[in-house]
Design a protein around this ligand. Sequence first.
Ligand code: MV4
Length: 589
Amino acid sequence: MFSKVLVANRGEIAVRVMRALEELGVATVAVYSEADRDALHAKRADEAYLIGPAPAAESYLVVERLLDVAAQSGAEAIHPGYGFLAENAAFARACAQAGIVFIGPPPEAIDAMGSKTKARELMAAAGVPIVPGTTEAVATLDDARAIIADTIGYPVAVKAAGGGGGKGFRVALEAEELEGAFEGAAREGEKFFSDPTVYLERYLPDPRHVEVQVLADAHGNVIHLGERDCSIQRRHQKLIEESPAPAVDDELRAHIGKVAVDAARAVGYRSAGTIEGLLQDGDYFFLEMNTRVQVEHCVTEMTTGIDIVKEQIRVAAGEPLSVTQEEVVLRGHAIECRINAEDAAKNFAPAPGRIGAYREPTGPGVRVDSGVGPGAEISPMYDPMVAKLIVWDTDREQATRRMLRALGEFEIEGLKTLLPFHRALLATGQWARGETCRDLIEDKAWLKELAFPKAEPAAEGEDEAAKHEQTYTVEVSGRRFDVRVIGVAGATNGAAPGAAPAPRKPRRERAGGGGGGAGGNTLSSPMQGTVLKVAVEAGAAVEEGALVCVIEAMKMENEITAHKAGTVAELPISVGASVASGDTLAVIT
Ligand code: MV4
């Protein structure tokens, strides 16, 4: 086993990896950017090193700097977590060259799975079922037309060869839509992966996203740990994951488990990895392989009792897997909710900011993986995930109840999070029936019901009393009540110091977050970024919730919608302009 390992990541996954290292008796080295000086991952490590300014391109992505810190600290291995350099074959090779173990798969396996066309070709050759379509790049729109006419038919999915995770993914339901889909996928491929080549797949109308966790060591052992259902996604960002998948029985599990093991073997895999696939009417199709530990690995840890990160580290140190396939036993049901700093009622717009009061849920069957605490800053520079809430119970229904209980206990003040979204979604019949909830997540009216109460500034003179509203807890004949006192300041200021009980927020609002919402006519940018599109003109009438502009931040396109109905009185933005967080995008009167 290693004696010291550098964790080349931040946030919850850096903390998660350090926990595994500590349990293995390995010393931990953190790296942090200037924005992360107070971050939990930096504080918790045995040693921590500043690696550069806040932008990831100047810190968490600087290979030379990371290798320097590894050398300086004497770390023998680097764990990349997920994101950043986790699936960068050049980084894996640079580590090897510097004599440092990369805790992940061989670079050849990263390369093989990085090209989606190459991966499809390899999988087809290995007998792994792929979504019907091309295994080679399709060069021109005319070629695409011919291939669709001959073999695939409509609807068709156009995907970027360098893509993955839904980036560069467009659908053409009929011939008229093909040109737009083809060009859109090529453009996104070029933008995100510097590769405009695309390929075609039959578009499956209502599949489930089902993925299989695999573990492989350097001794020829490849096993699977069952599947996860990640069908609840928004703009290809997973929101809720669970294991086992509601639509998978023992027989199907054995089948997709074998598919996943075959896929991993075909690329000479080693480490933890995930085979992503689509399940439609009992048929399972390979989609892509994630050659890293994933955000949602925790639900599998809960149902198998296997520590996936520890296995990854053991395997990288040359040890065999600690379990055989026969020893893997799935028990009960686990659900994970991603608690992002986002406003579901505003198109899931990022809502970065400073966390105020913060308290994580606990109790039986509850796990919270987070990299924050009270007062932590959720920076617009990084992923907006605040925490992952994972629960385990004996079956799906019990696990759902436990999740709702834990969501109710979670207190995050000061910023808007997906807590209300998760509470509402897990209470629906669609969730209870194990449906994919696709319509619901796109349903503007339903999402709107989750709107956070607006912090309207009280007008002069008006509503003076409301300003002095206070909540107290009182006991009447020994029974506890929350009482809201609405009145003039003097009524409460007169109390003797220390005599007033601590104000307690009503249960309903507690985890809401409040904050934000400047109110008034100004629509401010929630983030720093570049204006990609302006969807309104000055002088135009807009409905509340109408698209105003699209801002690209951290390579994500964010739709900014009107906060109220009215007339666009000012529009100080244009395509290509940079905006800072808080800048005025529009004034709507
Ligand atoms: C698809 C698809 C339908 N047909 N491919 C790709 C990335 C991942 N985020 C989901 N992806 C999809 N690929 C073909 N040929 C539909 C999706 C899809 C999806 C699938 C299952 C459950 C939820 C989904 C949400 C969006 C897109």
